[in-house]
Design a protein around this ligand. Structure first.
Ligand code: 9G3
Length: 568
């Protein structure tokens, strides 16, 4: 492609709304432009890379025997009502109406649609297992789109759905999909790690996420040297108990006028934050539940939902808190709290002489002892694990890193086939619900992850497999006949060898062209200039390493083709 004919609008400045490296570079290098919040147009360089990622995904999915299909973006509300998800999901589910006023969803994922296809076609266990996938545009009306395509409202996903007669068959496909993901991310030159993940509202039993290490990643991954790895939503861990071994003191109320936060109360009473046990009221399937956790820790809502066997838990409104505890927000406590379920994290049980809200405005209770002054309905693991806690496997210290979730696999079981009556006749002639797995990979998000891991202060440094072009020919001064003729010849020769080449033939200053070459980041830059021609060479430079070499003009096309082959 000749740059002078291409739409590659590079920018010197970072866009003001971009916080992450990949978001800044995707705009500055002219890969995409924002249409509106969370919605992007992909320009030629960006679309070429996306298509290269898609091709890698397709090759590896087809290699597993999965079959590519293409489902609609539009799906009728009736399907979502069969599984109950029309009401479980709130504003994030993008809803539209047709001219007759009928409700539709713009698909955020396609469990309902694919199960509807299968329930009308599959009859016998003999037809199982099979795995259907698509690469499709998804819509999720995120409250706060950010980080460019990493959290967009319209994005591209490869989503696959497998159907089985039994769990063993599902386990096999689940493993095959995880292996395929490893191959895909290896080919994309990504450093990643599969981690155990929470199943969340999607349901099912097991889930793994593939995390790409990135300081700006939205996910926190908890890891241990013993090999344990899980998202913080899912991670178990042992919180070091903070028991001072003191004798239980006499419980007594203290006035804490206007002291609502942990900092204020711990400052005012002169006690460490860990001794202040928070009582947070949640609404769980419509009923209030009080959850207790140490003042220096956070509640893990994903674990809380799992502990309570519900799909969605959310903090109660101030009105509900006032009504159930008799106190305004900030003074809720477990002592004398009747008629409401109380769940306490395990780390609270061994404590003595803790401080809790007094269930009255401006009052806290001191020297409270769990077991003596209140008894929760249950002690559960509801704490958000963090680095420094003890590994649930080996007891060693847990570490953590930030990552971008680029793919996930779920064992769905029969959650969708039961609610949608998708059954098959087993060997014994009985009708059974299909067992399902689903496997997602964020295609546009993967492009951002590649840039997060392959960039420097001058711009993107594409790995060859996904670079928009493998080579950029840079003609330093197109006013020179010699330079223009040699560069034109070289470009033609490389194209004849089917090497993707971007040819910067613009009438721009050398400075602009060299900066742009580093910014758009093709893996190999070939510089054609008068100085080189005098020496009978062109200059080759590998973008990722900065390694430079002089290539004799004689035989240059073959030599360059060889260098391209060796690029990472
Ligand atoms: C919704 C909305 C948002 C959602 C979902 C449904 C996430 C939803 C989870 C999944 C699970 C897997 C198949 C590919 C791999 C991931 N956000 N999830 O189900 F209605 Cl608004 O999408 N689906």
């Amino acid at each position: 492609m000749r740059w002078s004919k291409a739409l590659i609008p590079t920018h010197k400045e970072d866009p003001s709304d971009a916080e992450t490296t990949s978001h800044k570079l995707m705009i500055r290098a002219g890969l995409m432009r924002k249409l509106t919040s969370g919605v992007y147009s992909y320009l030629p360089l960006g679309w070429r890379t996306i298509r290269k990622v898609e091709t890698i995904v397709r090759e590896e999915m087809d290699h597993t025997g999965a079959q590519e299909i293409h489902m609609p973006v539009l799906s009728p509300a009736e399907l979502w009502k069969e599984t109950g998800r029309w009401d479980v999901y709130g504003a994030e589910l993008w809803r539209v109406r047709d001219r007759n006023g009928r409700d539709f969803a713009l698909g955020p994922t396609h469990e309902e649609v694919v199960t509807d296809i299968v329930r009308n076609e599959i009859r016998s266990y003999r037809e199982l297992p099979f795995n259907l996938y698509q690469i499709q545009t998804k819509f999720r009306d995120e409250i706060r789109p950010r980080f460019g395509v990493v959290r967009a409202r319209e994005f591209m996903m490869k989503d696959a759905y497998s159907f089985h007669r039994d769990e063993d068959s599902l386990d096999e496909t689940y493993r095959i999909m995880c292996d395929a993901y490893s191959r895909i991310f290896d080919r994309c030159s990504l450093t990643y790690r599969p981690v155990e993940a929470a199943t969340g509202a999607i349901g099912g039993s097991h889930s793994h996420e593939f995390m790409v290490l990135s300081d700006t990643g939205e996910s926190e991954v908890i890891v241990c040297d013993c090999g344990y790895a899980a998202t913080d939503e899912r991670a178990e861990g042992k919180v070091a108990p903070m028991t001072s071994g003191e004798e239980p003191g006499e419980m007594k109320p203290v006035d804490t006028p206007g002291m609502k936060t942990i900092e204020e109360v711990s400052e005012f009473l002169g006690v460490e934050p860990w001794r202040l046990v928070k009582t947070i009221v949640y609404e769980v399937d419509g009923r209030p539940v009080a959850v207790l956790v140490r003042g220096d820790r956070e509640i893990n809502e994903s674990k809380l939902a799992a502990a309570l066997g519900s799909e969605v838990v959310e903090p109660a409104s101030p009105e509900v808190i006032e009504r159930t505890t008799g106190a305004p927000v900030g003074f809720a406590g477990p002592v004398g709290l009747d008629g409401i379920e109380i769940i306490a994290d395990h780390s609270v049980e061994p404590m003595a002489n803790i401080v809790v809200g007094g269930n009255r405005a401006d009052v806290h209770m001191t020297n409270v002892c769990p077991g003596r002054d209140f008894e929760p309905n249950a002690y559960r693991d509801v704490v958000l694990v963090r680095r420094g806690d003890a590994c649930p496997r080996c007891g060693g210290p847990l570490d953590s890193f930030r990552g971008i979730e680029v793919s996930q696999a779920f064992k769905l079981g029969t959650k969708y086939s039961e609610s949608m009556n998708a059954t098959f006749l087993d060997e014994d002639g009985t009708a059974k619900p299909l067992i399902m797995g689903c496997y997602g990979l964020g295609v546009t998000r993967t492009v951002a992850a590649i840039i997060e891991q392959h960039n420097d202060e001058n711009g993107i440094a594409w790995p060859k497999a996904v670079a928009p072009y493998s080579v950029e020919i840079l003609a330093v001064n197109v006013k020179s006949e010699d330079v223009r003729n040699l560069a034109d010849w070289l470009y033609r020769e490389l194209c004849d060898r089917r090497i993707d080449a971007l040819y910067d033939d613009r009438n721009e200053s050398p400075g602009v062209k060299f900066k742009d070459a580093d910014l758009v980041g093709m893996p190999l830059r070939i510089t054609v200039g008068d100085r080189g021609i005098k020496k009978g060479i062109v200059e080759a430079r590998v973008r990722a390493t900065g390694e430079e070499s002089e290539v004799p003009i004689e035989g240059a096309p073959d030599r360059i083709a060889k260098i391209v082959e060796t690029l990472p």
